[in-house]
Write a protein that binds this ligand. Structure first.
Ligand code: FE2
Length: 383
């Protein structure tokens, strides 16, 4: 569990036990900030009081925005941007998981460059230098602390989609802050990292750097997630899950996600109570049959890292993912989150008609024919 520091995409990333101790030094010269959190995780983990102590010790004045929701609506990034402007803040400090970090990234762009949050997600505006974002990451899933992506749900349409926004100025991955996550979140954030690995590797043109990172990430998750579920108070298991999530976050920065994320984003956009990683784990196994058919070699490498017994077939791809998920106790269904056939159909049709979502899926899976009926036939079996 060695702490280390590295820089990726301009983000100064402090990883391991004691990582937050570097926040004060990274904030040098900043006099006022907005601290952004969700409703409870930041306080329950102890990270919030530690951040507040560091800010007070450094004489930095701050205001708190503590309403970021899971699968956040674009309006929340606008609210943070408005607050930052009103307070004359010089920095945004995100204390939370991917939702919180993503809101901070987009709010930074809007506060400095104007426009509205979806302008940056859809690429109509490019984020300038903006207010620096400091990401105190509290989960082992999104990897947003180590990449340039942000996901928001467009409040005008209900479409949740990711875009290239900006890297944090500095990130802090201390595994001790993940220990208070509920069991389902432990599993589902890890599944998010696993599907980042799987999709990054299988996207057309994925280079060795992304494929190697993906394989290592999947192997770490295979080894450590069962242990973390069995021993939820072990910091060491979380260290390696956080490491896997960071690697996967870098992998998707190099080679992005494809079909499974595209469909899931629309599901959890329409049904925000569905945690993103849980949605991936539910729809991932059957959709992996399609992904494996199109990228068998890359898919096979990640799946063998997850389970060396993988047999190389599309059916085996689905089985390998779902067996691993079941082995750690994940047995949720779409119905558990109130998703019925009608909502499923809406999500699939929107994912296949939204631009840039549709062209991303097509391009990233080598011209996959977007056949809504085929996808719906596969996914309806999950209801
Ligand atoms: Fe994800």
């Amino acid at each position: 569990m060695r702490p280390f520091h590295w820089t990726y995409g301009g983000a100064s990333i402090h990883f391991g036990p004691g990582a937050l101790g570097s926040l004060g030094g990274e904030l040098g010269g900043i006099r006022s900030a907005i601290v952004i959190t969700g409703r409870s995780g930041a306080r329950a983990s102890g990270a919030m009081s530690d951040v507040e102590g560091i800010l007070r010790g450094a004489g930095i004045t701050y205001a708190v925005y503590d309403r970021v929701a899971p699968n956040p609506p674009s309006a929340q990034a606008q609210e943070v941007a408005d607050l930052a402007r009103a307070k004359g803040a010089e920095a945004l400090i995100a204390v939370g998981g991917g939702s919180v970090i993503d809101v901070a990234k987009v709010a930074s762009a809007v506060a400095s460059g104007g426009g509205n949050p979806m302008d940056y997600i859809y690429g109509r505006l490019r984020a300038g230098p903006g207010l620096p974002v400091y990401a105190v990451n509290l989960t082992h899933g999104t990897g947003s602390e180590a990449n340039r992506y942000a996901n928001l749900t467009d409040i005008a349409t209900g479409d949740k989609i990711g875009g290239e926004v900006s890297y944090p100025r500095a990130s802090f991955d201390d595994p001790k802050y993940t220990l208070t996550m509920p069991r389902e979140q432990v599993m589902c954030t890890s599944f998010d990292a696993l599907y980042h690995a799987y999709e990054s590797a299988t996207t057309v043109g994925s280079p060795p750097l992304a494929q190697d990172a993906a394989a290592i990430s999947a192997a770490r998750i295979a080894e450590r997630l069962p242990l973390a579920v069995a021993e939820p108070s072990s910091v060491e298991h979380r260290y390696w899950l956080m490491y896997a999530a960071m690697l996967s976050g870098v992998a998707i920065d190099i080679s992005p996600t494809n079909l499974i994320h595209a469909i899931e984003n629309f599901l959890s956009g329409l049904r925000p109570a569905l945690p993103h990683g849980c949605g991936l784990a539910i729809i991932g196994p059957p959709l992996a049959r399609i992904v494996h058919e199109l990228s068998p070699e890359a898919s096979g490498r990640v799946l063998r890292a997850l389970d060396p017994r993988f047999d190389g077939t599309p059916e085996g791809a689905a089985r390998t993912l779902s067996s691993f998920q079941s082995s750690v106790g994940f047995e949720r269904t779409l119905g558990d989150y109130g998703i019925d056939g009608e909502l499923l159909e809406t999500a699939v049709r929107r994912a296949l008609s939204n631009e840039p979502s549709a062209s991303r899926i097509r391009r990233r899976l080598g011209g996959l024919e977007l056949d809504a009926e085929r996808l719906l036939t596969i996914l309806r079996s999950l209801l």
